[in-house]
Design a binder for this molecule. Structure first.
Ligand code: PMP
Length: 303
């Protein structure tokens, strides 16, 4: 388990972590009514650079809009988000790469099951950038828990309460001796892992479920699609059958906290030759480099 670094942004101030507490009667606590993102900050000496910060902020705005947390967009803009992130990271002066978790909490008390107009509080904390899945070949198991569909709790909205679905799947996978779970939708099509997007390679083509397959529209997923297209790798976003994973040449997962992580086994079947494949490895390198330096896409924000 990771520990937050000592200084935390909460309620418009930077405070000690012990002071950043939400009330027991808030909707954030009662219903998991909070929207969040996790973005990476690369630390090279005194240089601190965030990756695709604008996209993370935009996804939070969109998540809030879907859920009806309308006060966030009224009270926050991107410049404010950057300046808080800058101040917070500086306050903790990390010496290694970190992740920053930014959350918009509905902190109205005993508000019932409603949201519009409710008061929100933003928190941000920093923690060590330790990957949440093995980087040297994951073993995955299809979950018996199905992915929550867009017409129940949208995966597109990164809302805390929805992560009960991920916890159920991940815990089952760990209990069964696997590293993570593969979520299917109600029709048996592949969605994603518990907290990462999934890619497969078949005959040199990179394939991933499209954004209407009950997935989170992952920022690293978008990044890989862009990098692959630039490298001349054919890219297809479409519905994916589970059995396609069984016969894929390569499978890998992407996410801020997952990195670009190769998958060596799916439901007891060896993927490809059981080692990290060339397309996944090339994209992993390209992605790692883009996190630190990017002259083409405007993905880096110096904090
Ligand atoms: N899917 C889910 C369910 C996630 O929680 C995450 C992690 N945020 C991802 C995919 C990957 O998204 P990103 O690349 O934006 O970190």
């Amino acid at each position: 388990m990771a520990t937050p670094h000592p200084r935390v942004y909460f309620g418009d101030r930077i405070v000690d972590v012990a002071e950043a507490t939400l009330g027991v009667a808030t909707s954030a606590v009662l219903y998991g009514l909070s929207v969040y993102t996790v973005f990476p900050v690369q630390v090279d000496g005194s240089r601190r650079s965030a990756f695709r910060l604008r996209d993370h902020f935009q996804r939070m705005v969109e998540s809030c809009k879907i859920i009806g947390m309308d006060r966030f967009a009224d009270e926050w803009d991107y410049d404010r988000f950057v300046s808080v992130a800058t101040e917070l990271v500086a306050a903790n002066a990390p010496t290694e790469d970190v992740f920053v978790r930014a959350t918009v909490h509905v902190d109205e008390s005993i508000a019932g099951t409603r949201v519009r107009g409710c008061h929100t509080t933003v928190s941000m904390f920093v923690y060590d950038a330790v990957p949440i899945v093995p980087q040297d070949g994951m073993r995955l198991k299809t979950s018996t828990w199905r992915r929550i569909p867009d017409d129940a709790i949208p995966s597109r909205a990164k809302v805390n309460g929805a992560y009960v679905n991920s916890v159920l799947a991940k815990q089952d996978a760990i209990d069964a001796g696997y590293d993570d779970a593969i979520f299917l939708d109600g029709n048996g099509h592949v969605c994603e892992l518990s907290a990462a997007n999934i890619f497969l390679v078949r005959g040199g083509t990179l394939i991933t479920p499209d954004v209407s397959c009950d997935i989170l529209d992952g920022i690293n997923r978008r990044t890989l699609l862009t990098l692959a297209a630039e490298d001349g790798i054919p890219v297809v976003e479409r519905t994916v059958d589970l059995t396609e994973l069984y016969i894929a040449d390569e499978v890998f997962a992407t996410g801020t906290s997952a990195g670009v992580a190769p998958v060596f086994e799916v439901d007891g079947r060896v993927v490809g030759d059981g080692t990290a494949g060339p397309i996944g490895q090339a994209l992993r390198k390209r992605h790692a480099a883009a996190l630190r330096t990017d002259e083409l896409h405007g993905w880096i924000t110096e904090l």
